[in-house]
Design a protein around this ligand. Structure first.
Ligand SMILES: Nc1ncnc2c1ncn2[C@@H]1O[C@H](COP(=O)(O)OP(=O)(O)OP(=O)(O)O)[C@@H](O)[C@H]1O
Ligand SMILES: O=P(O)(O)OC[C@H]1O[C@H](OP(=O)(O)OP(=O)(O)O)[C@H](O)[C@@H]1O
Length: 283
């Protein structure tokens, strides 16, 4: 019955656990992809779109997408490279979460100070391909043997895990974040259209998380200075207030910059500065 109900649906792979899982569920909800996952089944159909979700380990998603077993997927850029699928998948969107770096780490107090010192030494990693390529430049022998290690190659976000193990980073192999990828295998026009819709919706959810709307009143004479502080994505929306020579301005600002922007706006004479979160947007 399940096989029948998957017929013709766009298959969309989502990490079934781990660091990317929760964020992906938030994205799906923001993009209004509705589904029920009874008994945590690994495949379920969307209730309101011609999509089926396939829950897979993040590391398996690039090869499922690359081989065309699923059409679309979210996973880490690191695992796309590690599974050597770059040529078989197309990156639709960078998603702005799951940011971390694959780093070469060695004991903080040990004799190894640089990557060159690791030549001929033992390095442990689950990223055999990426670490292998990286160390080829240093010394063929250094490529990832198992056993007691002089160094490791692992992902670092906050650095807590690394420091707890008494390690520090001496180089970065790659920086990574979560990405939306699609299969390079030809799709039906219906699937192509659906992929575009999903990509646009997800892009909207991400932009809504990144931006706030800032609204303020300002005397006409001070507007040029205020516009320099926050020019908006395209341009500020300006309306006339009922008070002569006063303007009401509304503008999108990156969330991480908003506190500074408010300080600067106040300095050039902006008043009644209000900030609103966005639920969703289309940019
Ligand atoms: N600390 C982290 N911060 C941000 N993103 C991370 C972090 N660790 C991993 N990631 C991203 O999430 C992806 C999946 O890693 P995660 O460790 O969550 O997988 P997992 O499915 O639990 O696998 P495993 O069982 O091998 O640990 C990584 O490839 C990377 O892109
Ligand atoms: O720099 P930090 O913020 O400490 O994050 C880095 C850790 O996160 C990941 O593992 P995770 O905790 O997801 O568990 P895992 O070992 O099961 O992959 C990664 O493999 C590191 O061990």
């Amino acid at each position: 019955m399940l096989v029948e109900s998957l017929d013709g649906r766009l298959l969309f792979a989502i990490p079934k656990k781990g660091r990317l899982h929760e964020k992906c569920l938030t994205l799906l909800s923001g993009a209004d992809i509705k589904f029920r996952r009874p008994n945590r089944l690994d495949v379920c159909v969307a209730q309101n779109l011609n999509i089926a979700l396939v829950f897979l380990p993040a590391a398996d998603i690039p090869s499922f997408v690359g081989k065309g077993n699923v059409d679309l997927g979210i996973t880490g850029y690191d695992v796309i490279l590690e599974s050597q699928m770059e040529g078989l998948v197309t990156e639709e969107l960078r998603l702005g979460f799951g940011n971390c770096a694959l780093q070469v780490q060695v004991p903080e107090a040990g004799p190894i100070k640089s990557v060159e010192d690791l030549a001929g030494k033992r390095v442990v990693t689950s990223f055999d391909v990426l670490a292998g390529e990286y160390f080829k430049k240093v010394d063929d022998q250094a490529a990832c043997a198992l056993g007691l290690a002089d160094g490791i190659v692992d992902l670092v976000e906050s650095g807590e895990t690394m420091r707890a193990a008494g390690l520090h980073a001496i180089d970065t192999v790659i920086a990574t974040e979560a990405v939306l990828i699609k299969s390079n295998k030809a799709q039906s026009p219906e699937h192509d259209a659906l992929i575009k819709v999903i990509t646009k919706r997800i892009a909207g959810v991400i932009a809504a998380e990144r931006y706030v709307v800032c609204q303020y009143n300002i005397h006409r004479d001070n507007f040029v200075a205020a516009e320099k502080i926050c020019p908006g994505r395209r341009a500020p929306t300006v309306s006339k207030l009922e008070e002569i020579d006063w303007l009401g301005v509304s503008v999108m600002v990156e969330k991480k910059k908003i506190a500074n922007v408010m300080d600067e706006l106040a300095k050039v004479g902006a008043e009644d500065i209000l900030v609103f979160n966005l639920d969703n947007c289309r940019v």
